[in-house]
Ligand binder design. Structure first.
Ligand SMILES: NC(=O)c1ccc[n+]([C@@H]2O[C@H](COP(=O)([O-])OP(=O)(O)OC[C@H]3O[C@@H](n4cnc5c(N)ncnc54)[C@H](O)[C@@H]3O)[C@@H](O)[C@H]2O)c1
Length: 415
């Protein structure tokens, strides 16, 4: 099989390497020249993805994966499969900015050859594949969809950092715009994945399945957060309560925390609500989760005039990604309450923090601290690392409180 993978990010690059690793010929396309250059040298352009260095190097050395900047030219060479997974950026209200996805779709359309199956993996609102992608592919190529070429949707369900493991484990959902297109898509994916392929009987079902699993997590976390706040009010340990609850097989309550961040879980419930404006639970869950950073500051107490150190700008531990990070909400709440928020993160340099609008902590005195991300490094933090800090809210439950003698360490939902 000849495959083209468009957008070599945290999802697209491991996927391209996976396809090449199965023995196929893959061209990867990215508009970032740095990404193209590094991939052609066999070097991952971003840190933290397990096994990517070895799988990528093997694919490049074997001549089965090369990267280019020109998507149209790569598609025009003729491919059985074109997979596109560019980001779908959203504004603060999760309204999509279609720029990148439209640009990728149009670039594919200009080079599209008969016989190609085009698969979108970017998470999108329901109906996008049928009503936006396919018409643009037809208009830009002059070809007839579901006759000359197929369009399908297959949600990327992986977790950054363990993409290869997840690709090998989770059923791959595929949904086409026609039965024949869906079947073709399933056959092509089966040629490079060992996981089960689930034909969803339509692109819309595949689109909704991705929004369902992410909305479920947001709603579940909101429930955990409400339980945590109730536990705080009566002085019991929510972790103990949730563990007990989950010891019965119908209960799967997630963990409470200071924020739900990243470009997936806070965003996709909004995509779902766009297509289902009457739905109530996801809307309430969003409100509950968005109120958690302010609740964490409430737990810290009076902050006016104080320097408050926020530990972790990444939205979660170990991943260099700060889209919709709780750090941004904490910055806003702390400033509003008259504090001076300063930030530290083992994955970000001071210049990178500044570039993202965060004042870096200079390592000197801070009055209080909030743990925002569950970086593994924080498990061994001691009071000697945080000079002056007299109060801590551990928003992720990762600190060892015994290493902070005399300093109150409050965990959300836990005495
Ligand atoms: N990261 C995750 O954990 C995750 C998990 C599941 C699904 N997803 C889905 O994958 C999508 C992409 O996420 P990511 O984490 O890989 O993003 P990313 O930011 O790591 O990478 C995106 C890449 O797209 C490239 N790009 C942007 N516009 C382009 C264009 N016009 N042509 C070619 N390349 C272009 C960028 O240069 C960049 O290399 C998300 O929007 C989401 O729908 C991500």
């Amino acid at each position: 099989m000849k495959a083209v993978v468009v957008a070599l990010g945290k999802v697209g690059l491991p996927l391209a390497a996976q396809i090449a690793g199965a023995g196929h010929e893959v061209v990867g396309c990215d508009i970032d020249p740095r990404v193209v250059e590094l991939v052609n040298r066999g070097e991952p352009p971003f840190p933290g993805e397990a096994d990517l260095d070895t799988v990528l190097r093997a694919a490049v050395d074997a001549g089965r994966l090369r990267a280019v900047a020109d998507t149209t030219a790569a598609v025009a060479e003729g491919a059985d499969l074109v997979v596109a997974v560019p980001p779908l950026y959203v504004d603060a209200d999760a309204k999509p900015d279609w720029g990148a996805l439209d640009a990728v779709t149009d670039a594919i359309a200009r080079g599209l050859q008969p016989g190609t199956t085009v698969v979108i993996e970017t998470t999108v609102p329901v109906g996008t594949t049928r009503n936006r992608i396919a018409p643009r592919l037809e208009a830009g190529s002059g070809l007839q969809g579901e006759q000359d070429f197929y369009t399908a949707f297959s949600p990327e369900r992986v977790f950054s950092g363990r993409v290869f493991q997840d690709l090998a484990t989770y059923p791959k959902l595929v949904g086409g715009l026609s039965a024949a297109g869906e079947q073709r898509c399933a056959e092509l994916y089966a040629s490079f994945l060992t996981a089960e392929i689930w034909a969803m009987q339509g692109a819309e079902a595949a689109e909704l399945a991705k929004l369902a699993e992410t909305t479920y997590r947001d709603v579940n976390i909101a429930l955990a957060n409400e339980l945590a706040r109730a536990a705080d009010a009566i002085g019991v340990d929510v972790e103990h309560v949730i563990t007990a609850s989950n010891s019965q097989p119908f209960s799967h309550i997630h963990k409470p925390g200071v924020a739900v961040g990243g470009h997936c879980i806070p965003v996709y419930p909004r995509f779902f609500l766009e297509g289902a404006p009457g739905a109530q639970i996801p809307r309430v869950a969003r409100d509950v989760n968005e109120a958690m950073p302010a609740y964490a500051v409430d737990l810290l107490g009076e902050v006016e005039g104080h320097t408050v150190l926020v530990l972790g700008v990444a939205y979660r531990g170990g991943v260099k990604e700060d889209a919709f990070s709780g750090a941004a909400s904490l910055r806003e709440v702390l400033k509003r309450r008259g504090a001076r928020p300063v930030f530290a993160d083992p994955l970000y340099s001071d210049d990178e923090l500044r570039a993202h609008g965060y004042e870096p902590w200079d390592g000197a005195h801070a009055d209080a601290a909030i743990v925002q991300a569950d970086h593994a490094e924080y498990a061994s933090l001691t009071s000697a690392h945080l000079p002056g800090v007299a109060r801590i809210v551990d928003g992720r439950g990762v600190l060892d409180a015994s290493l902070f003698p005399g300093v109150p360490v409050k965990r959300i939902g836990r005495p």
